[in-house]
Write a protein that binds this ligand. Structure first.
Ligand SMILES: [Zn+2]
Length: 313
């Protein structure tokens, strides 16, 4: 039998087929942002090499809060609005004749890192999934934190870090994500363009913003590396937001390890030492400093978690 793992990511949908706990094939394609994405998953599953009727478990990671029953996406923003309320367990049964499992993507990523990734064996850990948003999840005493309705540990990106700050898409004000999620990056750079005194940098960004293409952290980090002053300010602001979330997580759950995952983990060489230093300087003095673990394969952490959910596939 086989397990189909599907990671509904911010940019791409990643799929993997697992047999006996080993990924045997993977597939990735861009998010469409509509209900047709579920049809695309069914179509792509055929190309992963599963025999008819072989898939007995479909494990799904979704980028938002899941309901208490673990069957639906209860809250999401942007490309997955259409998925809210859809019974994904029923969809898995109808589409594949399989048992469906639904998990929040950050929690799946932490499960993956603890089960078979860079944080293998950790029992008290927090993950920061840095990319489109700031996904968080926590494991305490070997148990995943879930909370009363399933959101426990997932909202670290929505800690207010500036109560006079910009509105967040969650309804709160000045959340960490508004400064450290790529979905808000273009607006934050635009804010800095308004107040910068560096005419050269302002001109470069105005030229860049004539193009509607989204601004991601890879591009921002490259521009900062080349010395662009506005890019440096926006980068440092994002790193500060991530570091503040890390400190808050330390104060809330006292992890022995903080796992850095998501697209930003690939640029960890520059980013993580800065976060680490901020945490060292700002956590409550009697707390031991957590270990920082950078995912060695951030593109796989969610799929690894989906393979581990509910026991071996
Ligand atoms: Zn928020």
């Amino acid at each position: 039998m086989a397990r189909l793992c599907v990671d509904f990511g911010g940019t791409n949908i990643k799929m993997g087929l697992a047999r006996n706990g080993v990924l045997t094939s993977t597939r990735e394609f861009p998010v469409g942002g509509a209900a047709g994405d579920l049809d695309a998953v069914v179509a792509a599953a055929a190309s992963l090499g599963a025999e008819p009727g072989e898939i007995d478990v479909v494990a799904l990671a979704v980028p938002g809060l899941i309901d208490a029953a673990g069957t639906r996406l209860a809250l999401a923003h942007g490309k997955y609005d259409w998925m809210i309320g859809a019974d994904l367990v029923e969809w898995a049964q109808r589409s594949f004749g399989a048992v469906g499992i639904v998990e929040n993507d950050a929690r799946a990523a932490l499960i993956g890192e603890v089960a078979s990734g860079s944080a293998a064996g950790e029992t008290d850990a927090v993950i920061l999934v840095l990319g489109t948003g700031i996904g968080t999840a926590a494991m305490v005493d070997g148990q995943m934190l879930r909370g009363a309705s399933g959101a426990g540990g997932n909202l670290g990106g929505h800690v207010t870090i500036d109560w006079n700050g910009p509105a967040c898409n969650c309804g709160n004000i000045g959340c960490a994500e508004v400064f450290g999620g790529s979905w808000a990056l273009r607006d934050r750079v635009a804010d800095l363009v308004e107040i910068s005194t560096d005419g050269g940098s302002r001109a470069l960004w105005r030229e860049r913003f004539a193009d509607a293409a989204p601004l991601g952290f890879a591009e921002l980090l490259d521009r900062a590396e080349s010395g662009d002053t506005i890019a440096v300010l926006a980068r440092d602001q994002a790193i500060r937001a991530w570091a503040v979330v890390a400190v808050t997580c330390c104060h809330l759950v006292e992890p022995s390890a903080i796992v850095i995952a998501g697209g930003v983990a690939r640029a960890a060489g520059h980013v993580v030492p800065v976060i680490q230093e901020y945490v060292r300087e700002h956590i409550w003095r009697v707390l031991p400093m957590p270990r920082f673990i950078v995912s060695d394969a951030p593109e796989l952490s969610v799929l690894r978690g989906l393979m581990a959910l509910g026991g071996p596939a």
